[in-house]
Design a protein around this ligand. Structure first.
Ligand SMILES: CC(C)(COP(=O)(O)OP(=O)(O)OC[C@H]1O[C@@H](n2cnc3c(N)ncnc32)[C@H](O)[C@@H]1OP(=O)(O)O)[C@@H](O)C(=O)NCCC(=O)NCCS
Length: 565
């Protein structure tokens, strides 16, 4: 699990309509951060990138409900009042991006935050980035850029320089080591969250096995980090690099906080303290990835990568790209399971396992809807009868449920794959012959009729206007996932209707179109029905075992519903 940000956190942006606020909100949304509202005084009622804008933080909280984090993009002179407003509205974490915020304003924000039990990062911070979990502020530039290099893993980063936060993350990631969270604590002399505060968080984070700290001369942040290690409150390996070795007393080095006055905060003192407490000192920035790799060396008897390679050369090792197990790290398609837990839905995780990429929250919503749509559909489907029959003989759960699954075949739950292939062939025909969707659909319906073939995914024994179909297609449109496959299934429905036949798209047809939009291979189509149906089958087996007598004669139709309505 990352620190500070994950997919469950609800984020507000203060100054959302400003130049930077808008640009960085796009970055956050594109990277999957849940930005639920924005605030700009006098711009309430507008939307920015489809995010509702309110005049005050209070109004935003009232309208959208709980907000965990506010990211501020308001000009420096207005930061104090904006931050206090957010704290008073009950927001527990602020990320204050602006630079040049007056020192006394920061002290005042700190006093209010402390009274409210809240925290802030910055000011003058790029923000926070947790690969695959979210981004706050302006770190990484664009979601696409972040995705091109940042992968989740065991290394946390805390840094006093914004640029170095990302370049450090970049070089570590490029060396093949994933990252938990990157935190830019800000370059000012007084900041809300220090290195030591970040280390405390990393200490309790299961994903983080090692921390890299970029320090600078000035302030006591690095000495405080050393004191934390000495006290035993931070026990993970820490690689420290301190910038400003060549700086002279009284010269400001890069950031406002990077200045040595007297003997306090100089390079030598910081390095000495960090060495004393056992931190690994990086003499040169370029050494950091190697030091990280050394510190993370596998601690168990599992075969090393070299051993596996050697075996592979001998032809002994087979390959899998699904799950990787290392000591204290289980990765599904490159994502640690603990970072996925609580951050993505089961549907998103299924997609990750099958396709290899994490779907957007919008795609995730669709997958979840597909699974819910097929969870159960009565006591008469063959799979349900098979599962109940096996259960009534005294078969254990696994056998009874397997009996149900084994009866999901070409004629039951099997229309999804066929329908996906049918839609694909109509789309291919449309493209090859430069037809409109309607013409391609009409041609396909005609050829099925001529060949006396049933249209898979159309018509239903009971439902004339299947509510599941309507809802699935509506969600696909709402989430912007509906594309040419949905358009084709809709065109096919119209083509059928024009022939005077009443054969509406059924739930299999809707699922087939949506799975194609989600880039799922047709071969996997019916497995969505199997995955979805599993809880339904388990419920039936459990009910059969606990409510009915063994070896009863199960009438396929004669049953009554007596559950809740
Ligand atoms: C904060 C900062 C990003 C704002 O820059 P900007 O986006 O160009 O400024 P803008 O004037 O366009 O936008 C500020 C918005 O805040 C709004 N605002 C002002 N007071 C506000 C308040 N109390 N609550 C919410 N919004 C407020 C303004 O109305 C404005 O929105 P508008 O343009 O729609 O009216 C900029 O001043 C800054 O500090 N940049 C440096 C950031 C940086 O580099 N940080 C450190 C990285 S290492």
């Amino acid at each position: 699990m990352s620190i500070l940000i994950d997919r469950s956190k609800r984020v507000l942006v203060q100054g959302i309509t400003g130049r930077e606020g808008l640009a960085r909100t796009r970055l956050m949304l594109d990277y999957g951060t849940s930005v639920v509202a924005g605030v700009t005084p006098s711009k309430g009622g507008q939307t920015a990138l489809d995010v509702p804008v309110y005049n005050t933080v209070g109004e935003a909280c009232q309208a959208v409900g709980g907000i965990d984090i506010s990211v501020l993009f308001v000009p420096a002179p207005l930061v104090r009042s904006a931050a206090v407003e957010a704290l008073e509205a009950g927001i527990r974490l602020l990320v204050i991006v602006p630079d040049r915020v007056p020192l006394y304003d920061v002290l005042e924000i700190a006093a209010v935050a402390s009274a409210k039990g809240a925290h802030f990062i910055g000011p003058n911070t790029l923000g926070v980035l947790s690969p695959e979990a979210g981004v706050l502020g302006m770190m990484g530039g664009s979601a696409e850029a972040i995705r091109s290099w940042a992968a989740a893993g065991p290394v946390g980063v805390t840094s006093r320089s914004g640029g170095i936060t990302t370049s450090m993350g970049y070089y570590i990631a490029r060396s093949g080591i994933g990252l938990s969270t990157l935190v830019h604590v800000g370059g000012d002399s007084v900041v809300g969250t220090t290195h030591a505060d970040v280390l405390r968080q990393f200490q309790t984070d299961a994903q983080t096995e090692l921390v890299v700290m970029f320090g600078e001369i000035g302030t006591s942040q690095e000495e405080d980090a050393a004191a934390l290690i000495e006290s035993g409150a931070f026990t993970k390996p820490l690689i420290a690099y301190v910038g400003g070795r060549a700086a002279k007393e009284g010269t400001r080095f890069s950031h406002a906080g990077a200045i040595i006055e007297g003997n306090v905060g100089n390079y030598e003192g910081k390095i000495r303290r960090l060495r004393e407490v056992g931190a690994i000192i990086a003499e040169s920035f370029g050494d950091i990835p190697r030091l990280a790799a050394d510190a993370l060396k596998p601690r168990s008897a599992r075969p090393t990568a070299a051993a596996v390679k050697a075996e592979e050369e001998e032809g002994g090792a087979w390959k899998t790209a699904i799950t990787e197990i290392q000591p204290n790290a289980i990765r599904l398609r490159g994502h640690t399971l603990d970072s996925l837990m609580g951050s993505v839905t089961f549907g998103q995780a299924i997609y990750l396992a099958l396709v290899g990429d994490l779907p957007t929250p919008q795609m995730g919503r669709l997958i979840d809807a597909i699974l819910v749509a097929s969870i159960d559909h009565g006591a008469t489907p063959p799979s349900t009868l098979a599962a109940r029959t096996a259960a009534s003989t005294g078969a254990p759960f696994n056998a009874a449920v397997a009996a149900g699954l084994l009866s999901i075949n070409q004629h039951h739950g099997g229309a999804i794959e066929d329908c996906m292939r049918m839609i694909q062939s109509a789309l291919k025909d449309r493209q090859e012959r430069s037809l409109s969707a309607h013409e391609a659909a009409a041609a396909l319906v005609q050829s099925y009729k001529e060949n006396k073939k049933r249209l898979p995914g159309f018509g239903h024994r009971i439902h004339t206007d299947d509510p599941r179909t309507r809802r699935l297609l509506a969600i696909a449109h709402e989430e912007g996932v509906a594309g040419e496959a949905v358009a084709m299934v809709e065109a096919l429905a119209r083509a059928v209707a024009q022939r005077g036949k009443f054969l509406p798209v059924n739930v299999d047809g809707a699922i087939a179109a949506l799975l194609l939009e989600l880039n799922i291979a047709p071969e996997l189509g019916n497995t969505f029905f199997m995955m979805a149906r599993l809880p339904g089958l388990i419920a039936h087996v459990y009910e059969e075992k606990t409510r009915e007598r063994p070896m009863r004669v199960i009438h396929p139709i004669l049953h009554l519903y007596d559950g809740k309505r």
